[in-house]
Design a binder for this molecule. Structure first.
Ligand code: GSH
Length: 239
């Protein structure tokens, strides 16, 4: 019986090294297993935040994944969203669309541009991501120098730069799911060598990235939480 009730509790928790939180504890919410710095998890959290859909957030450590997550999704990657009926989504794009299809007050889905959005995200997730990993972990791919690996990433940066020359966002004047899905990876690219990126020719890309990472939504979804453990009945939700 108890499980059929929504239990609401307001807790004020303070972690000196983490954030001060006023948290609403509610059962029967979808559970999001997430890792703060993972670009796939970042984009899923951004979409959830934009949708206003409530979830229970479980921050995990990639080196110590909870069995509650890995027993559900064999892929053992984050993000994973577990729905109250036991179904789960373990692809960040599926989580993004799950959230925004319920509520999309900013019209991030931009349905009329769906094809362009999908193609751009696909290019990011396939071609660019592979090259980004080689650049990030250049020591593991010594057949090319770091500079060569970086140069291989530039085809995509150039495409984004061209889009951003004439528009504030990738699909035009308004933020869309393409921006949310792609910028966490450009942030990773920039952080490999910030001096190089800050001095690079990608003026419009840099300014777009800055506006994404300085947004209040990003600040909100990047709050630090202690990793979740069974029995730790502190539940974080987006409102
Ligand atoms: N296609 C997946 C990829 C997710 C992914 O690869 N996440 C990384 C973290 S950024 C992960 O969990 N890797 C497993 C590990 O490092 O053990 C998605 O879009 O959700």
């Amino acid at each position: 019986m108890l499980s059929s009730f929504l239990k609401l509790l307001f807790l004020k928790l303070e972690f000196t090294q983490f954030v001060n939180l006023t948290m609403v504890v509610q059962t029967n919410l979808p559970i999001l297993y997430s890792f703060r710095r993972c670009p796939y998890a970042i984009r899923a959290r951004l979409a959830i935040e934009a949708s206003g859909v409530m979830v229970e957030l479980r921050e995990i450590l990639l080196r110590d994944k909870p069995v509650q997550m890995t027993s559900i999704s064999e892929k053992a990657t984050v993000p994973v969203l577990v729905l109250p009926d036991g179904k789960f989504l373990d692809e960040s794009l599926d989580i993004i669309y799950w959230a925004l299809e319920q509520n999309d007050p900013q019209n991030l889905l931009l349905i009329e541009r769906q094809q362009d959005i999908s193609q751009l995200i696909l290019k990011n997730d396939s071609q660019f991501k592979l090259k980004l990993d080689k650049y990030k972990y250049a020591v593991r791919s010594p057949e090319k120098s770091v500079q060569e690996h970086r140069a291989e990433c530039e085809f995509f940066l150039m495409e984004l730069e061209e889009r951003l020359m004439s528009n504030s966002y990738l699909l035009g004047a308004q933020l869309s799911v393409a921006d949310i899905a792609i910028f966490p990876f450009i942030r990773q690219f920039a952080s490999v060598d910030t001096n190089w990126f800050d001095a690079s020719q990608f003026v419009f890309l840099r300014s777009w990235l800055r506006s994404c990472v300085e947004s209040s939504a990003f600040e909100r979804i990047m709050k630090k939480y202690i990793p979740w453990k069974q029995g730790l009945d502190k539940v974080i939700v987006y409102l």
